[in-house]
Structure formats: C-alpha cells, structure tokens
Design a protein around this ligand. Structure first.
Ligand code: DGY
Length: 320
C-alpha cells in the first residue's frame, strides 16, 4: 500500500490538474463529475486525507460536524468559499484553502462581456438574427447604452474588482469604487473612493459587483439600493447570486430604473431564475466566469500547490 496522502477530487478538474494530482497523490476521482452531496462528503472523509472540492460541494456546519478526523485539509478549487462554513472547519482543525489571483482576469473578462452584452442588448440582437426575425433596420433600432466616458461603480475592489477596473479604463470609463478601505494609489489608479455603498450607487451608470458572499452582503442590492442608481443604469454580477434580491432586480428592470443587467450567478444554481428569463435586457450566463482552459489549469495547480505545502509541513499560501 502506498504511503502517499489520499486525495478526493469530487469534480473532474482539468486534465493537467488530474495528471499532476495522480503523479503526487493517491487520487480518488469522481469520474461521473456529479456534485458531491453531504452524504458523499461525510462518507469520503473516512477514506481520504484531503479533498479538492469546487463551489458545488457544501461544507455546512452539520456536514463538518460529521466529518471523520482523518480529513486534514479542504483545498478548494475556487476563490469563493461561501460553500464552506469556515468557523466549523477551523473548529475541527481542518485547514481550508482557496485559489485567489489566478481567475481574476477570466472573471473580469466575463464581467466585460456581460456589461457590453447587456448595454447593447445582445440577447435581443442574437435572437433576431438567429431566428430569421430581423426584417428591418432604422436609426432607432436596438439603441443601447455606451460605456465609453460613462461612470462605472465597482463594489468590492479586491483582485477581480481591480482586474475589471483595469479593463474598464481601457474602454474609457471613469471608475468609482466602494471597498471597506481605500486602496493604495498604485492599486487605485485614479479611481474615486466612496466610503459607503450608497454613495457609489448614486454615480454608477454601470455597476459591477465583486464582493464575496457573506452574511453582511446577502441581498446587498435590494429595492432601496436599486432606487439609488441613476435612471437607466446597467448592473453586472459575476460574484455570487446571494448579493442580489432577484425580485427587486426584476422590479427595477420592469420599471426601467435599470436599463439592463448582466448576470453570471443566481440565487439558485444550477438552474437560475425563470422569472429573469422573460426579460431580454437581462443577459445571462451559467456561472462560467473562470471557465477558460488556462484558468482551469491555474486553479487546479494552485489548489495542488496548497496541498503540496500542507503535506510538506508548511502553511499553504492560501490558508484561510
Ligand atoms: C470561484 O472560484 O469562486 C468561482 O465562482 C468558481 O467556483
């Protein structure tokens, strides 16, 4: 029998990640690539030293309480860790890591796609051409909202928020941001700091959410906050569905307060919200912010780097 650590990979990560994991560990891979249930996680904890889950595996306090003491580390293949009860895991002495940095550009690219696609009514345009329903043109046909010169409000100026700000500057946008603390000038790069969410909303012709999902940020965008946006604003969410009250979003879209929205995440995933789908000015994607080949490899390698450090007796660089 091998004396290498045993690692459970509940989802099929990139081929390069699987190859490296097999080289260095005794890997148990869920070839079926189905989300790991609470029962799977609990049962597997008796057989493995480490797990490499995605945001589809939920480590709630109830699950964590039933984990076998053999499990020593949860090396997440995600930057967001709202699927993990960190206090409960720490309370059991289980190390938890995530994969920051490596997905910032891919996620910022999707935010840009959603912002432009929402602002220029991509869903309607695609439908018209695709279905053969495009039968006229006029100067007033499909007139959208221009990003160049517009004010962009960013809530959460961490790695992804900063990557998005950098790309938005290339489009000539004036960046405003809310963050718990102002950034150093070399990170701020001329962006205007707001010390409240309300203040940044008031200047957000375009708004992009980049903060983590925590108890404090649940329904961050509610009816009162949508009302503070300039009329005809566009909102983008590539962070977590929990940040947006979807009923309030639909009300803001229906009233015209919001001209459009771009969403990569939803309260219910997978699946989304059928009530959003009736509005063609909501451009939606199925949680694929980090889904590029390069980024999937980088996320897998970062999670493995954390495992390597842990089993090499060091503190992983991304220990939370
Ligand atoms: C993340 O890393 O948090 C992305 O949402 C994918 O899980």
């Amino acid at each position: 029998m091998s004396d290498r650590p045993v690692v459970w990979m509940p989802r099929r990560l990139s081929a390069a990640t699987i190859a490296r994991a097999k080289r260095d560990y005794d890997l148990i891979l869920n070839e079926a690539d189905t989300p790991g249930s609470a029962e799977d996680i609990i049962a597997m904890s008796a057989n493995v030293d480490a797990m490499m889950p995605c945001h589809s595996e939920h480590f709630s306090a109830d699950v964590v309480a039933k984990l076998d003491p053999r499990l020593k580390i949860v090396a997440n293949h995600s930057v967001g860790v709202d699927h993990c009860d960190l206090d409960a895991l720490r309370g059991r002495g289980i190390v938890v890591t995530n994969t920051p940095d490596v997905l910032s550009d891919a996620t910022a690219e999707i935010a840009m796609l959603l912002m432009l696609g929402a602002a220029r009514l991509a869903v309607t345009g695609d439908r018209l051409v695709r279905t053969g329903a495009w039968d006229s043109w006029s100067p007033s046909f499909m007139v959208g909202k221009q990003v160049t010169g517009a004010r962009l409000g960013i809530i959460g100026m961490g790695r992804v928020g900063r990557a998005f700000a950098e790309k938005a500057r290339g489009f000539g946008m004036n960046v405003h941001y809310y963050n718990r603390k102002p950034l150093r000038p070399e990170y701020e790069m001329g962006a205007t700091y707001h010390d409240t969410v309300e203040s940044v909303l008031e200047v957000s012709d375009f708004l992009s959410l980049h903060c983590p999902s925590t108890p404090e940020t649940q329904d961050l965008m509610n009816a009162d906050r949508f009302a503070l946006l300039p009329d005809g604003a566009v909102m983008v969410n590539t962070a977590r569905g929990a940040l947006v009250d979807e009923d309030a979003l639909i009300a803001a879209i229906s009233s015209g307060k919001l001209a459009a929205a771009g969403l990569d995440c939803f309260k219910v995933e997978p699946g989304g919200n059928p009530a959003l789908s009736t509005h063609e000015n909501i451009f939606m994607l199925p949680h694929i912010g980090s889904a590029t080949r390069a980024t999937r490899d980088a996320m897998g390698f970062r999670a493995l780097d954390n495992l390597d450090a842990f089993f090499g007796g060091k503190t992983p660089q991304d220990a939370l």
